[in-house]
Every structure is written in C-alpha cells, then in structure tokens.
Design a protein around this ligand. Structure first.
Ligand SMILES: NC(=O)c1ccc[n+]([C@@H]2O[C@H](COP(=O)([O-])OP(=O)(O)OC[C@H]3O[C@@H](n4cnc5c(N)ncnc54)[C@H](O)[C@@H]3O)[C@@H](O)[C@H]2O)c1
Length: 296
C-alpha cells in the first residue's frame, strides 16, 4: 500500500511519516511538500535506511495539478492525507491571500486529482487535516463537538473552514470516501518557533518578553503530536466516509499558565506582555465520534 502525504516537512506531517512507516512495515509514503518557511527536511533526517526505502520525497505545491498527475501516473496511490497548509494565525492576518491559495485552492486541486483517479471498488480515502479553530471561540465553559456550527474569525481559520466545506462537497457530490479531522493545539519536538510553546521557551531562554494576547486567559486544549498521529491513523483506517472527527486531549490550559509554567521551568522571570486580539477559547469535547487519545 502506498499513500500520498502532503506537508511532510512540517511539524505534524513529519511526525506522521515516522509514526506510519514504523507502524506499517509493508507500506510506502510518497511525501509532497513545497518547503515553505515552515517546511524543513531535517525534520525527516532520522529515518532509518530501511524506512528511506519506503519513503519518496517530492518537492512541490499541492496547487500544481500537472505534478499531481505525474505522481499518480508513476505510483499507485491508495489514499491521501493532506497536512499541507499555511498554518500560522498571525501570518494570516498580515497576508491572507496565500492562506486562500494553499488551504482552499490547493485542497481543491488535490481533491480534484484524487477524484479523477478514484476507484469505486477500492474506495481510497482522502483525509483532510483541519483544526478546531474552524469552530471559533467558546465562552469560559463548554466544548466543541462535531455538530458545533462553523464560526471562523481569522483568515487562517476561515481558509481551513472553507477547505473543510470543499472536502464535504466532493464527498456529497461525487461520493468520494473522505474524512476530516479537527484537532486542538499540538506540542512536541521541532515545532516551528512561532507557535506558542516553542516561542515561550525560546524567549524565556533568551531573556526576552513572553508575548500573550490580552490578559492571556484564552483557553487552549493541548495534545502531544504523536498522540495526534495515532488518532489520524485511526481515522484514516477506520473513519466512516463523510464523517468529521474532533481530536482533543482534554488538557485545557490558559495561555498565561503555559507562559508562566515555561518561565518557571527554565528558571526565568521574563515579563508576559500583551500582543492584542485573538479568539478566546478552544476546547474540544466528547461527542459520540470525538477521538480522544487517552495515552497523552
Ligand atoms: N500545529 C497545530 O497545533 C495544529 C492544530 C490543528 C490543526 N493543524 C493543521 O495540521 C496541519 C499541519 O500543521 P503543522 O503544524 O504541521 O503545519 P506546519 O506549518 O508546520 O507545516 C505545513 C507544511 O506544509 C507545507 N506546505 C505549505 N504550503 C504548501 C503547498 N502549497 N504545497 C505543499 N506543501 C505546502 C510547508 O512547507 C510545511 O512543511 C495543517 O493543515 C494545520 O492547519 C495544526
């Protein structure tokens, strides 16, 4: 079995490559990545010689239909997992266009090529990796479920919500076997240092201020990246066609608590400073379908 995985040089995609190749010794991955500022091939440098034989890296854009066709003509693709995205909220506020191009149009291009090669008997899977940010903000209590209405606020979350709807449209219109996972915030090794936890560690160690938004009381649910990979694998293997699955850690923390604990952990006492606006709260709750790995 060979799957096409996009965004393999990014934070989560690279962890998934290790996870998948180590779990399934007879499977192969074709990894596609544009290598934007967020992509780093060093993230894949610890693959063993044996794993490298089952992994092909292709530098390219999910918007490049010709390239996608070439991949399909060269390899027998048994499914797609789409991690490729512009993923940083703050960047989307400064440059929304690239978020629409990659997250919306890129997903549609990938889906369309998937559709053109879809085999009704094999029913290959297209799995879209999305985010709980598509649900917008919660009050101080409560949870998102898969039935929570979409209510994105930033260009990032709007682009992810849009790509989710494109995936739904391809499922509903063409009967393709698709799933969407919506996960809360991840942490783990080699995360790009613009994200909250590595940024706080970096700043605390380098005697810089720790930036939070407002009073820092925004609540985020945190999940270890490898637990996310396990949940993705489960949905890719067993997900019911057309379903959305939330993935949460039940590990909610205020941003200010994260900043203060990391400050303490590195023995620093840097000031925590206000950066301006952001959505208030993201918590993922249990519905019948919610995937909540209990091994975090
Ligand atoms: N990190 C989180 O906490 C989090 C939370 C929920 C959902 N997600 C979602 O998970 C997915 C992966 O997130 P991440 O944190 O690994 O992101 P990341 O920014 O670390 O990696 C994204 C990867 O996609 C590649 N890429 C960007 N545009 C591309 C294009 N047009 N064609 C091909 N490759 C392209 C980049 O080079 C990079 O390697 C994203 O879809 C993101 O929305 C992330």
């Amino acid at each position: 079995m060979t799957i096409l995985v996009t965004g393999v040089a990014g934070f989560i995609g690279s962890k998934f490559v290790y996870y998948y190749l180590r779990k399934y010794k007879d499977r192969k991955i074709i990894g596609l990545d544009k290598l934007t500022y967020a992509g780093n091939l060093d993230n894949l440098s610890k693959l063993t010689q044996e794993e490298k034989k089952r992994f092909v890296f292709i530098k390219g854009d999910i918007n490049d239909r010709k390239l996608l066709e070439e991949i399909y003509s060269k390899y027998e693709i048994d499914g797609i997992i789409n991690f490729a995205a512009e993923s940083h909220v703050d960047r989307s506020i400064h440059d929304p266009g690239i978020f629409v191009k990659t997250n919306v149009l890129g997903t549609q291009t990938l889906l369309h090529v998937f559709k053109e090669h879809y085999d009704e008997r094999k029913k290959q899977k297209f799995l879209q990796i999305s985010t709980d940010e598509v649900y917008g903000a919660l009050g101080p209590t409560g949870y998102f479920t898969e039935e929570t209405p979409l209510d994105p606020h930033s260009p990032y979350s709007a682009s992810k919500a849009s790509s989710d709807l494109i995936v739904k449209a391809y499922h509903d219109t063409y009967g393709l076997n698709t799933n969407i996972t919506r996960c809360s915030n991840k942490y783990g090794p080699y995360q790009f240092p613009e994200k909250l936890i590595p940024l706080m560690i970096h700043n605390a160690l380098n005697h810089k201020e720790l930036p939070v938004y407002g009073d820092g009381k925004q609540i985020r649910d945190w999940l270890y990246v490898e637990d996310h990979c396990k949940a993705i694998d489960l949905v890719f293997e067993k997900g019911k066609s057309g379903e959305v699955y939330n993935i949460g850690g039940h590990n909610e923390k205020e941003n200010i608590e994260i900043a203060e604990r990391l400050n303490g952990a590195v023995g620093a006492t840097r000031a925590v400073v206000d950066m301006g606006w952001i959505d208030y709260s993201h918590q993922i709750g249990l519905s019948g379908k919610t995937v909540s790995p209990n091994y975090t």
